[in-house]
Design a protein around this ligand. Structure first.
Ligand SMILES: Nc1ncnc2c1ncn2[C@@H]1O[C@H](COP(=O)(O)OP(=O)(O)O)[C@@H](O)[C@H]1O
Ligand SMILES: [Mg+2]
Length: 270
């Protein structure tokens, strides 16, 4: 659950982000949340509510307009959007990007002209200057972890969507991140391939990895998450244990959103 800042791996305070200076409300409006090491957090909410932007700010693919983000020891703060990013801020953003692994929705994110194992070794070799034998050894271990050891020398075009996503997870893990973020990692997959990708996240959870997953897989969110965060209109509306949120949501916006899933076998009392 949400914890005291000193016990948290991730601390986010008053995170704001807008893409249009003229807009009345931003895409992210004063988001504050603390996430404990080892937690698996599902982030749900209607399309366009800011889920991807939230992950992208945490991964520093987008620079926050204002607020504070800490991941482990790396801190990034900005007083307002008018504060020009200085060297200190850019250095923190660079460090944070290394601490935070990210897997995207599409399964075409691997470099097509490199084999699976080359894809996984690339980040450590180029960014971390890891010696080749060490990078290879780590990649082999990670391929085993995601069940792809037999596909090490295949090219991405020969993989199924589920295999590609598992390779993308292994590639992110190769940088030894403190946190893994997933932006709808299974939404582009055929239904029969979803389970194998979700299973990798469950396995990582049991090993203590901290993970934030934007997902529409409500059953997974409910069963596997330590808690679920519901976002709407750039705000965190409510967060709670999956069983509580699905059976007894407090906020009317949460109830309205979850109502869409009542026909899917999910028990939602609202
Ligand atoms: N790079 C961008 N430039 C301009 N607007 C953006 C950009 N990224 C996202 N947005 C806008 O921000 C809002 C939230 O988008 P997003 O974070 O992708 O929502 P979600 O992932 O919840 O569907 C949307 O209105 C979207 O159009
Ligand atoms: Mg999105």
């Amino acid at each position: 659950m949400v914890n005291l800042p000193e016990a948290s791996l991730i601390v986010i305070e008053n995170l704001c982000k807008s893409f249009d200076d003229g807009a009345e409300a931003g895409v992210l409006n004063n988001i504050s949340i603390n996430i404990k090491e080892g937690d698996l957090v599902s982030l749900i909410g209607p399309s366009g509510c800011g889920k991807s932007t939230f992950l992208r700010c945490l991964n520093c693919l987008e620079l926050l307009d204002s607020g504070y983000i800490r991941v482990g020891d790396v801190e990034l703060s900005r007083k307002s959007v008018t504060q020009k990013p200085d060297e200190r801020m850019l250095d923190a953003a660079h460090k944070m990007r290394v601490e935070v692994g990210m897997v995207f929705q599409g399964y075409n994110s691997l470099f097509p002209h490199k084999t699976v194992i080359q894809n996984i070794m690339l980040g450590p070799l180029v960014v971390k200057k890891t010696p080749e034998p060490e990078a290879r050894e780590t990649a082999v271990k990670l391929l085993k972890k995601v069940g792809l050891e037999s596909l090490a020398n295949k090219y991405p075009s020969t993989l199924s969507g589920g295999e590609s996503q598992r390779a993308a997870i292994a590639r992110a893990l190769a940088m030894n991140p403190k946190v893994m973020l997933y932006d709808e990692p299974t939404s582009a997959l055929d239904p029969e391939l979803v389970g194998e990708v979700l299973q990798v996240m469950k396995d990582l959870d049991s090993e203590g990895m901290t993970q934030i997953i934007v997902t529409h897989e409500m059953q997974f969110a409910r069963d596997a998450s330590d808690y679920i965060v519901f976002m709407d209109k750039g705000e965190i509306v409510e967060f709670d244990d999956g069983d509580v949120l699905f059976t007894n949501p407090k906020n009317s916006r949460t109830k309205e959103f979850l109502r869409h899933f009542t026909g899917t076998g999910m028990a939602v009392n609202c």
